[in-house]
Design a protein around this ligand. Structure first.
Ligand code: NI
Length: 226
């Protein structure tokens, strides 16, 4: 399931983040990928251990923890600390798949990447090109979102970033391991949760909404891996 999550960061939060990022030291983006990725990747990134990046990443994870739509869709268990990338002057990232398992910086603990996230930190009018293209069973999806918005998509998808031909595209990107590994089960839980929320808003709390909430939690109990 792909989901557009609006308003993860407010406009002032994006401005503050961009200010810190513009002053940071950027390195060649090929430092964080494997062999196949390195052949098709052209961009710059903040180093994985950059103190500025780590601090800004914590702010993003904290904002996500307070975002009910994101939580409902992702059911996050653990995050890879967010990284930051920048494309300009024709830079792009060819078709690739993200690594299935990543070591967490510091502890070296392994995390399975169930979901990929890109948090856009520029307005679409500020640059040309730079669309994220995600390929799934239903075709190719082009994504270019307002600053502060996030796209969530299965980490198993092939994807690419088109060349940026004007201006610069700055974004945060990261992966997470979900409590529910299977994409179909996670989507069913998300749809059930969203339907319960709508029913409760329309009818208030009732015997039926309580019963459906119980079903939701019992399915989550059955399918979660924590
Ligand atoms: Ni990727």
């Amino acid at each position: 399931m792909m989901l557009h999550v609006p308003g993860v960061l407010s406009a002032p939060q994006v401005r503050e983040l961009r200010h810190a990022l513009d002053a940071a030291d950027w390195v060649d983006g090929r430092e964080t990928v494997g062999q196949q990725g390195a052949q098709v990747k052209q961009n710059r990134q903040l180093p994985e251990h950059s103190p500025v990046g780590r601090e800004l990443g914590k702010g993003i994870v904290a904002a996500l923890a307070k975002h009910p739509l994101f939580f409902s869709a992702a059911l996050p268990r653990r995050f890879v600390p967010p990284l930051f990338n920048r494309y300009e002057g024709g830079e792009h990232y060819g078709l690739h798949v993200d690594g299935a398992v990543r070591a967490l910086p510091g502890s070296g603990e392994l995390l399975r990447t169930d979901l990929s996230c890109t948090l856009f930190l520029c307005d679409p009018d500020d640059y040309d090109g730079g669309e994220l293209e995600v390929v799934d069973t239903y075709g190719t999806h082009e994504v270019k979102l307002p600053a502060g918005d996030l796209i969530l998509y299965p980490a198993s998808s092939l994807h690419r970033v088109q060349a940026v031909t004007r201006g610069a595209r700055v974004a945060a990107f990261f992966w997470l391991q979900s409590m529910v590994r299977d994409d179909t089960r996670r989507r069913m839980l998300f749809e059930l949760d969203q339907t319960i929320i709508k029913l409760r808003a329309r009818l208030g709390e009732s015997e039926e909404t309580v019963a459906l909430t119980s079903q939701y939690h019992n399915l989550l109990r059955m399918w979660s891996d924590v």
